[in-house]
Design a protein around this ligand. Structure first.
Ligand SMILES: *[C@@H]1O[C@H](CO)[C@@H](O)[C@H](O)[C@H]1NC(C)=O
Length: 381
């Protein structure tokens, strides 16, 4: 898309004039490091509280073994052999460098040690992400109607209105798409019925193998990825989703489908794709409940808190999450103005990010967050 290329180009320009980096930028937008010289870091450095666990400071890279010891204790990490331990330590060290790099590219967030700091970027993608690369829409998808945007609230958060269940944890299974789907239907079901029910991801993992008829290799496939729109299509056809407690999450996709039609707790009335316009996204969010969105998650491996607003980020979508609200904060290092952000519910437990949530800045389709947004309506019954 021309618009995306233009904004990536602009980001690169900003990056080149503001600073330069020794490391490869390839993973942040498909741009090679060639031409980015190794000069000193001119970027305004964010001062972070060095006393806080996991937050990095100037000395962190020298104290990698100390940080690794804290990391193992904090996240209960045990490695079977000394070789495994040493290998994980080398990955951890590389991730400390990555976190520092992310900090420079994304100064309004805090990046550091997370529970994923002993995973390589490839392991992280295969174990925690999982949005299929298929954009053709299922036959039952609508286009969301264009809504008025003139009197939207300045701040909005569906958690304040009782439409969001507590943060869940997908474990080491690329089933993010199923959590994004249940989150949207939990909200829609609350709006339709007044009842907040936690719904079953495992039903989607085990039973939803919805395919694009022309691309059989990109069906919804449990821990190997899927798409929220096809999961809405499955849910519409199957009749609905069961409760979490009636069909609990196991985090594996080796089980048979145990869907029981008599225990349906929420039904899809219809689902719609929202246009790539941030005001329309906000209006649909406020009117129809939390929205299923996809995002590029490269910064999320090291994210700890704050508003993530990287100068450069790929728009290649690889993670399914739930948009629950938006707000604004005072922090903006370059232009001194309020930074507007989306509030994103993730599915990596409450120990990740801000109690399981991610804030990403709003305004220029950062990391593709506006590119694949869907709203679902539940049957009132
Ligand atoms: C979707 O379902 C809701 C609730 O039943 C209904 O109000 C709305 O008109 C439907 N939208 C479309 C596009 O059919």
């Amino acid at each position: 898309m021309a618009g995306n290329n233009a904004s990536i180009f602009l980001s690169v320009l900003l990056l080149l004039t503001a600073t330069s980096f020794r490391s490869s930028l390839a993973e942040y937008g498909g741009i090679a490091a060639d031409g980015v010289g190794a000069t000193e870091d001119l970027l305004i450095r964010q001062v972070v509280d060095g006393g806080e666990e996991g937050v990095l400071d100037e000395n962190s890279l020298l104290n990698a073994d100390h940080h690794f010891a804290i990391f193992k204790r904090r996240f209960n990490k045990a490695y079977r052999t000394q070789e495994e331990h040493d290998y994980r330590f080398s990955v951890f060290r590389a991730n400390l460098h990555r976190a520092r790099r992310h900090q420079k590219l994304d100064p309004s967030a805090v990046h550091g040690v997370t529970q994923f700091s002993d995973l390589t970027p490839r392991e992280f993608r295969s174990q925690l992400l999982g949005v299929n690369r298929r954009y053709r829409l299922p036959s039952d998808a609508h286009k969301a109607e264009i809504l008025p945007t003139n009197d939207l609230p300045t701040n909005f958060d569906w958690r304040d209105h009782g439409a969001v269940v507590p943060v869940k944890n997908q474990g080491s299974c690329g089933s993010c798409w199923s959590f994004s789907t249940t989150g949207a239907l939990e909200g829609a079901n609350f709006l339709a019925t007044g009842k907040l029910e936690s719904l079953s991801e495992q039903q989607l993992v085990d039973c939803d193998h919805e395919c694009d008829p022309e691309e059989k290799d990109s069906c919804d496939s449990g821990c190997n990825g899927g798409l929220m729109n096809s999961a809405f299509e499955y849910t519409l056809k199957a009749g609905g989703l069961m409760r979490e407690k009636d069909y609990p999450y196991t985090g594996t996709d080796r089980g048979a489908c145990k869907f029981d039609k008599t225990k349906i707790a929420a039904k899809v009335a219809n689902f719609s794709v929202v246009s790539l316009d941030e005001d329309q996204i906000a209006a649909n969010l406020v009117k129809h409940g939390p929205l299923a969105v996809a995002i590029n998650a490269v910064y999320m491996q090291t994210y700890m808190k704050g508003v993530s607003c990287p100068y450069i980020c790929s728009k290649q979508l690889d993670h399914g999450v739930l948009l629950v609200g938006y707000g604004a904060s005072g922090y903006a290092p370059i232009r001194m103005k309020e930074k507007q952000y989306w509030i994103i519910k993730n599915s990596w437990g409450e120990n990740w990010g801000e109690n399981g949530y991610y804030k990403i800045c709003r305004g220029r389709n950062i990391c593709g967050v506006d590119s694949m947004v869907s709203s679902v309506a539940a049957v009132k019954y």
